[in-house]
Ligand binder design. Structure first.
Ligand SMILES: [Zn+2]
Ligand SMILES: [Zn+2]
Length: 274
């Protein structure tokens, strides 16, 4: 919720240790060479890149502190080539019903007439950890199709213990989890809670830590923008830059995007196109 700025982070230290799913994939290829470099060295043409969907599962509209109404955010996202987007406005006990009701109304129409797939969601933000379970349940009951929790970002005074509470209570995505502990990441892996790699400046300062601990523990990652402004909306270049700071492995980057595809497929199967 801090003043919005685009991610321009310094090149992060790469973590390649550990025994998680991603690191197992990493060990398939040469560790520090991109597939392109390998194929050029061997004089082969590079393999055609596997097509991955453009997806963003964490964005904000004027229903909380974003600057665009949902219809404009979704239209601009569609023009950027995004194929599925979750609208996840900040909620607590004061506005959870109002936000979800509005998002459900607009989602129905946008999904009916647009090409991009829109998912109504919430980001439970700065709430007492004791209330986490009840709010997650309430969000789902009111119709939220994805539940993001505002994790312990290094740039905000999020209550210590929020990461653990969100994972225990079964959030779908723990956003910007900061310096998440190994124990919490293991619990996330066990419970199928996705950890977020973020494009958002400030929050993104701990991306390398989150990536490393996910490799070590097998926790699954997703990449989101946490967009609040038109210029925050995901582009392919932004996605590739943020993932490229974490790993040279196209396979690993692809696996992260595939996680978002799996979430979208699951939501579509459950709720249908509208
Ligand atoms: Zn915000
Ligand atoms: Zn957010």
């Amino acid at each position: 919720m801090e003043k919005a700025q685009r991610h321009r982070g310094a090149r992060a230290k790469k973590g390649t240790e550990g025994k998680g799913a991603i690191s197992r994939q990493l060990s398939v290829g040469a560790k520090n060479l991109s597939p392109f470099m390998i194929s050029r060295a061997n004089n082969y043409s590079p393999l055609p890149k596997e097509k991955r969907m453009m997806i963003d599962l964490h964005t904000h509209t004027i229903l909380s502190d974003g600057v665009l109404i949902p219809s404009e955010l979704v239209r601009r996202a569609e023009v950027n080539g995004i194929e599925a987007i979750a609208l996840t406005d900040h909620v607590d006990y004061s506005n959870i019903e109002f936000v979800i009701a509005g998002l459900l109304r607009v989602t129905r129409v946008l999904n009916q007439y647009g090409k991009i797939y829109v998912i109504p969601g919430v980001e439970i933000t700065h709430v007492p950890i004791e209330a986490m379970g009840e709010l997650i349940t309430m969000a789902r009951e009111k119709g939220s199709r994805i539940v993001v929790v505002h994790g312990e970002s290094p740039v905000e005074p999020v209550i210590v213990g929020t990461n653990r509470a969100a994972i225990k209570a079964g959030a779908d995505i723990l956003a910007h989890p900061g310096r998440i502990t190994e124990e919490d990441a293991r619990l996330a892996a066990e419970k199928g809670v996705y950890l977020e790699i973020t494009c958002r400046r400030g929050h993104s300062g701990t991306n390398a830590h989150v990536f490393g601990i996910a490799q070590k523990t097998g926790a699954k990652l997703v990449l989101n923008t946490d967009a609040h402004l038109p210029e925050d909306i995901l582009t392919k270049e932004m996605r590739d830059a943020v993932l490229g700071e974490l790993t040279d492995s196209e396979e690993t980057r692809s696996a992260i995007i595939r996680n978002s595809e799996e979430i979208v497929a699951e939501i579509k199967a459950k709720y249908g196109r509208h």
